[in-house]
Design a protein around this ligand. Sequence first.
Ligand code: FDA
Length: 550
Amino acid sequence: MDTAHRSFPILVALFVLLFGVTSSQPYEEFLQCLEFHDSNITSIVYTRANSSFSSLLESSIRNPRFDTSATPKPLLIFTPRQISHIQSAIRCSRAHRIQIRVRSGGHDYEGLSYSTISPSLTFLVLDLRNLRAIQVDVPSKTAWAQAGATLGELYYAIAAESRTLAFPAGMWPTVGLGGHISGGGYGSLLRKHGIAADNVVDAQVVDVEGRILDRASMGEDLFWILDRASMGEDMFWAIRGGGGNTFGIVIAWKIKLVPVPASVTACTVTRTLEQNATEIVHRWQYVVDKLSNDVFFMVVLNRVVNPIQANATTIQASFNSLYLGSIEGLILMMEAKFPDLGLRRENCVEMSWAKSILYFAGFPLNSPLESLLDRTISATGSAKFKGKSDYVKEPIPISGFEGIWEKLKEVGVQTGGLILASYGGKMSEIPESSIPFPHRAGNIYQVEEVAFWVEDGVEAADGYLNWLRGLYEYMTPYVSKNPREAYANYRDLDIGRNGGGGEGDYRRARSWGSSYYKNNFDRLVRVKTAVDPANFFRNEQSIPPLSSWR
Ligand code: FDA
């Protein structure tokens, strides 16, 4: 045995010893610090030694890609029950140099609310699951909702008060309000009312100094908080779409509720290549952004088992639409504007808007509204996934779609696909600088390219990731350019990132930052520089302060 091999176990032992010492010290001192601030706090701290640690961590991991033994884990999970717990966590984390990853619903596409790409990073997860109170005020058509609530809980709370009020946010019930609104948040009402972040009128945030901030700091005593300061309009602008874990920890959003009819229409039409899917999707692009604002379309393109030919597959386009009106009204409109789709009465069902969320999430039609409250449902089961996003401003030609079909044929049935979401309407009326989310006029639709796989292991994952990157590359000529725009809530570390511990660099961040925020990126950097100059709140894709410019 040569010297290098002989010394290896000694080095490992030394490393383990050193690593053990450096990681246990901040942890114990951190706990002492918490206890100093609040003697009852230890009941909401879960260390790795706690028998509930793993189940608590996994319960909000919404992408099984980041639920492996190799995924970096937090030092501890902290589940605050009151705002003072968050204030203590911030103060003690700063003092002991432990990074905070805040988690609301856990749907981050790259797992950044509970993990990191940096195996040596010492971090804790601040999980807001216990902060999910919702107060709906029908007369003022507003609600206060805490960040740990899910979209399903919010929609249920609104529906319990009124069948004709709604909130224009996402379409999957377990998505958390904290991350969702911090990154934008679109759903079936975006063409009528814009996105979730467009409809926020106030917020409560704990900043890096542990202060509780709101927009105006006036009047209303909310959720028992008396001692508040104003965050100012710049910070209020930034938190509405400028990305989570960046400017502070959002505790609650005050949102504007929007009117919907007591009954809306939800429809699904599927067409395969043999049923002219290519021509219909192609035609869809010419009408979809110009339809009445009352109509929203989502089209899912993927490879399926051929329904009319045994042992064969085909490409399917599934057209899902929501209409703020009756079935008859929608059919009349489609016959006039988009007859190619061949929409028929039997493709559609009338229901309340809240129930339409369950419809689009794939629940059976007779599911009770209480299904919205189920925080355990999973969108992908055990399948891991990765998503990427694009914006389409000119219709893709037929030949372009034919190339997409070839790409989809490279992967198995329903393991890869594209989801197209119609824009136009209200989205075109809101100026790009109104909030950080900039994807407004000129977009016909948004695209999500996605891959799913159940196989374990790096090799399988690499195969699907490479396929997805190939599809994204293929899409280049057909999508937005300079910058190639992307949706911040479909986080994609392929388009660029900060250092592993979230250390930011303005120039480096500009590449991915302008994709997510276009010309709003510089203003976000200015706000970050003003409110968190030492970059305490950070992750691999958070806005860096200007002081980190090199
Ligand atoms: P999570 O808790 O993982 O947080 C995401 C990011 O925000 C992290 O960086 C986190 O640290 C930060 N953060 C969380 N809470 C915070 C707080 N209180 N204060 C400050 N920062 C905070 N999007 C969409 O627009 N429409 C849709 O219909 C859907 N549907 C959908 C379905 C499924 C199955 C998934 C996995 C994702 C979506 N999304 C979506 C994307 C979703 O909007 C996006 O992942 C959100 O960031 C998720 O917010 P969560 O709170 O659930 O995630």
